[in-house]
Design a protein. Structure first.
Length: 275
């Protein structure tokens, strides 16, 4: 499914290429929404068209929230560096000024699943938010894809802190497809994201915050990847470090006998597995 969605978005992106942003004329809104919506799914609405990425959103039925989708492309950094920079929690503490805390709580060596505790600043006057989520990554050489998926979980060693607002609904999936190889410049990526920030602000305010914050985050991520590429900072190579590499996205069960524990909390295999 990841490969199919990636190809679909690449086809859509090709419709918009070949002209500068100043020359770009938006197609009919209805056809644009239908173009990026899979059969049987609620249509997406394009809300941002930047040089290196396009941003869509669609309402989540039964809620006041949106799901977001970003399709982007870079030609000056390698897929490996972009992938590694997102996974390296220590490096993110340096390049992302919104991070208050970002720690790996537990790691499963058999599957590569990690439980992360992330505390981040939110725009004034909102309280800072904290997330506890499990993430899993894989490199599919057969389909020339890299995949990183995350979703919110609960963990006994990270109880709620009254200083922060706990975000309990969060899902993210990023698919990266190299233009050539994992170690040559150039790739496309597809990011699908949703969360419930537990705010009393109306939906249009939350949407504005996402729309304004997304370009800033992606630009910082891109700059951080460039610095890593130029060896200005050392970043862990997750492609090489993962004990078991996925070939086609196999979903093996987590083996807790080989898990690293950074706390006294215990987890079941299902809790350390994304899907």
């Amino acid at each position: 499914r990841s490969a199919q969605e990636m190809k679909h978005m690449e086809n859509i992106s090709s419709l918009f290429q070949g002209s500068s942003l100043s020359e770009y004329q938006r197609p009919d809104p209805k056809s644009e929404r239908e173009a990026v919506a899979a059969a049987g799914e609620q249509p997406w609405e394009m809300i941002m068209d930047k040089k290196h990425f396009k941003l869509w959103r669609r309402p989540i039925e039964g809620t006041h929230l949106y799901q977001y989708r970003v399709f982007g492309s870079y030609t000056d950094v390698t897929p490996r560096q972009f992938f590694n920079v997102q996974l390296d929690t220590e490096y993110r503490k340096k390049w992302d000024s919104l991070v208050i805390k970002l720690d790996v709580i537990e790691r499963d060596l058999a599957t590569g699943s990690e439980v992360i505790h992330w505390v981040t600043h939110f725009p004034y006057p909102m309280y800072s938010r904290d997330y506890v989520y499990v993430r899993r990554y894989s490199v599919d050489k057969e389909n020339n894809l890299m995949v990183l998926v995350s979703r919110a979980v609960e963990h006994p060693s990270v109880p709620e802190d009254p200083e922060y607002v706990r975000v309990r609904t969060y899902e993210s999936q990023m698919v990266i497809r190299p233009h050539k190889t994992f170690d040559e410049n150039g790739f496309d990526y597809l990011l699908t994201y949703s969360d419930n920030p537990q705010t009393v602000f109306p939906r249009y305010c939350v949407s504005w915050m996402v729309s304004s914050g997304m370009p800033d985050f992606l630009e910082k991520l891109h700059t951080a990847a460039l610095k890593a590429k130029k060896m200005e900072i050392e970043v862990r190579d997750y492609m090489s470090a993962k004990p078991l590499e996925s070939c086609g996205g196999g979903e093996g069960k987590a083996n807790m006998a080989t898990a690293e524990h950074k706390s006294d909390g215990t987890r079941s295999p299902a809790q350390l597995e994304y899907a």
